[in-house]
Design a protein around this ligand. Structure first.
Ligand code: PMT
Length: 401
């Protein structure tokens, strides 16, 4: 990172202690690091900590005399000097209040003023209590910030300092570092490629109030879409119902049923170079959808008659043109390799990503995955990694075809 100037904007959340580690690592990597703390952040951690780690003054005020600046071009106007010189501004942890001020375009402290005054890329890592994160006002502010072109680093899930469990944890240093590297050194090795990715579950109605579905959250498919877009691909994401944010620069087509997913995917596949089927479409749907809510009455048992849905990835792969690449996933609970190889061949795939969904930290609705990459020639077991890291590795392998 030598030659790069990084501004760390630190908000007033308990997670700001983690940024000391990040500041130390990127300074050791050669970056010129400037910490800018909000007033609330200074209540959690002393500016002196960052000053010692980065060897630069840690700033917290718009007014230079309060920042103890000795002299130089930033005297009197630290926001302009830093805004002009930065290659990246990373704001972490971004509290609900800080998000609101950034979304509103306020310049009521050094950090928000700096963001208004810069042309550098701005990445924002929200971290807060899960209920505050889920609040419609916070979500609306995040949407506004995305639309303004800021890169939002999705929070992790887990146990919070407030003892709540849910989404809102600041990602670990390694993940923040990966985002910084991706922004400073963009890898555009998928530029010129058009890709279609399926993600999430499907919902197959039984009556007006009930449906069949599965545990897919969409996280794996969305990670594939995010990485592809970041690496320059034109991405269409055909997604069943999920709560995952659509990544920047990704065209999302929302669908509900497997039949709708088939139609949207086949359309997008016509002009695609690569397809990855990470979705978990329902294999069956109701033979007939009851027009009225099915009544329980005095029944002790009930039967639903199902018919098979089309196999979306197999139908696309059956008609692939020369040069088109189709990669599937296999979600297995037993005989992982045997079942995955069977699917690789029967669906005419170029590769299949096998996950044993019974393993801790793998498969459905978790942030990580442990997969085996299988082609006709090879089988590589990859270690447990975040879904973003798995996605990056899948794209690396696809580029070798
Ligand atoms: O969404 P997450 O919570 O992040 O979880 C990720 C995941 C576990 C869903 C993902 O990693 C995964 O394994 N996706 C495939 C799920 C699945 O349907 O597996 P399968 O073995 O039943 O299907 C094999 C392949 O056929 C898959 O590529 C699937 O997308 C595809 N398929 C299946 C049925 C169908 N009707 N049409 C299809 O295209």
């Amino acid at each position: 990172m030598t030659g790069k100037t990084i501004v760390l904007g630190i908000g007033g959340g308990i997670a700001c202690y983690k940024i000391a580690d990040l500041a130390s690592k990127i300074t050791q990597n050669g970056a010129d690091v400037h910490a800018v703390l909000t007033h609330s952040a200074t209540k959690f951690i002393a500016p002196l900590t960052f000053q010692a780690l980065t060897h630069n003054p840690a700033l917290s005020s718009l007014w230079s005399e309060e920042n103890n600046l000795e002299s130089g071009k930033s005297a009197g106007m630290p926001h302009i000097a830093l805004a002009d010189g930065a290659d990246l501004i990373l704001i972490a942890p971004a509290t609900a209040d800080l998000l609101a001020r950034l979304a509103g375009g306020l310049g009521d402290d050094l950090l928000t003023t700096l963001v208004l005054a810069t042309r550098a890329p701005v990445a924002i890592a929200p971290a807060m209590n899960p209920t505050m994160l889920a609040h419609p006002a916070t979500q609306k502010n995040l949407e506004t910030l995305r639309a303004l072109g800021y890169r939002i680093i999705e929070p992790d899930e887990g146990r919070m300092a407030c003892e709540h469990i849910g989404s809102g944890r600041l990602p670990e240093t390694a993940e923040l570092l990966a985002h910084i590297e991706a922004i400073l050194f963009p890898n555009l090795d998928l530029a010129g490629k058009t890709v279609v990715i399926t993600a999430g579950p499907t919902r197959e109605s039984l009556d007006p109030v009930r449906y069949l579905t599965n545990r897919s959250s969409g996280k794996m498919g969305y990670a594939l879409a995010e990485v592809a877009a970041r690496r320059g691909a034109k991405v269409t994401l055909v997604s069943g119902p999920t709560n995952v944010q659509t990544p920047q620069k990704v065209e999302k087509i929302g669908v509900e049923t497997a039949l709708q997913m088939l139609e949207a995917t086949q359309n997008a596949f016509q002009s695609a170079d690569i397809m990855i089927a990470a979705a978990a479409p329902a294999d069956f749907r109701a033979r007939c959808i009851e027009p009225q809510k099915i009544k329980r009455g005095a029944c002790k048992t009930a039967e639903i008659s199902l018919i098979a849905n089309p196999d979306i990835v197999a139908q696309c792969a059956a008609n692939k043109r020369a040069g088109q690449i189709v990669v599937g996933f296999a979600a297995e609970t037993q005989n992982l390799m045997k079942e995955a190889r069977k699917k690789l061949n029967s669906k005419n795939l170029d590769a299949i990503v096998a996950n044993d969904v019974t393993q801790a930290g793998a498969g459905f609705d978790v942030e990580t995955n442990r997969v085996t990459w299988i082609t006709a020639q090879t089988a590589q077991e990859w270690p447990l990694a975040t879904k973003t890291e798995v996605a990056a590795r899948i794209w690396d392998e696809i580029l070798k075809f």
